[in-house]
Design a protein around this ligand. Sequence first.
Ligand code: HAM
Length: 422
Amino acid sequence: MTLQAPKGTFDWLPPRSERALAVREALTGPARRAGYGYIETPVFEDTALFVRGVGESTDIVSKEMYTFEDKGGRSITLRPEGTASVVRAVLQHGLHNNGQLPVKLWYSGSQFRYERAQKGRYRHFWQVGAEALGSEDPALDAELILLAVDGYAALGLTGVRLLVNTLGDKVCRPVYRAALQDFLRGLDLDEATRARIEINPLRVLDDKRPEVQARLAGAPLVVDHLCEACKAYHEEVRSLLTAAGVAYTDDPRLVRGLDYYTRTTFEFVHDGLGSQSAVGGGGRYDGLSEMLGGPPLPSVGWALGVDRTVLAMEAEGLFGDESAEARVRVYGVPLGEEARRRMFLLVTELRRAGLAADMSFGGKGVKGAMKGADRSGAGYAVILGERDIAEGVAQVKDLASGDQTAVPLAEIVTMLKERLDK
Ligand code: HAM
């Protein structure tokens, strides 16, 4: 049997792969126009970065990381997310000391999580992200949310809903956590869940099992335990969103799967995706820099799932012919050895002149080569036979109308450029 891609992974193949490119481009466009610079970090990092950054008790760190020892005996992990790496890079290069805060960065790349594979949930997936580091300002939280909203809108998506919550800060979160633990300890829960109450009680709120959700009905909510500063901050974020015309739903039970969040958290969901409905998410992470040994650097950001956004667009029937842009416009049909050499040079010249061009390879006869021309979607075929070479011309065939004319070889590039640039 031939080898297959590993479980939970898939290949983006043309023409559908064009959709992934288009989504990455559109989702990051608003951030690129808002002062965010491009950052690329390694696909793998020291394991300690994610253990400390994402949090030991999260599912990501405790169950889902691709961790291995390299040949030098270091513990290495394929990145499960981008935020910890971005903060690590900012601290390592002192970008926060360059005199201007916030440091605004965007990224795009593969992420790896050993999750149970299903539609919309993969072990290798693609995110785009944006992070703004070093500012505690509700306008920055609102800015990031808006950039994502505008990204989805640029794609024409209408079914993306925004859920917003706050998780409090180091003043009020511990008080809330204790109140939640008190409540949870009084419930009849299985052993694993009881253990989670002691390590990460907020995650219990996120339990998807209906029987657990039923018991959680009267659980204390963080909104009822916010300190004055967090309350005022959250009100301002919400009010800025409203002023900008962004529709959102308050979701007091929104708990994110990473431990670094403080205050604002949000998620974008789409109902056309089944159970893996989150197309993007993010929030504020004021303590992450210190968790990684840096100075206080209050920050906020998001990551949007490219794979799920493509699925959401397919669910809304939004894709047209996105391969059109990449399509070949001219197709060379050489008939014979000498014609192949000439065609090779002509196609090179067409490409250098800015026209997407391809040609028939493998010494096909006229029938097979013309089939290739039709399949390529090109508007014109340039057919070159022995007699044409002798006469210094090629046959330029308009593939839509079938009209064919002999054109001097020296004039072909100019002529096709004129016709196709129209
Ligand atoms: P996250 O919620 O873990 O957040 O991931 C963000 C998005 O990545 C999800 O909403 C989803 O669309 C996509 N995603 C996650 N896991 C998978 C998977 N297994 N298969 C396909 N898509 C997936 C973060 O990663 C944070 N770093 C976001 C952030 C940035 N917070 C602050 N700054």
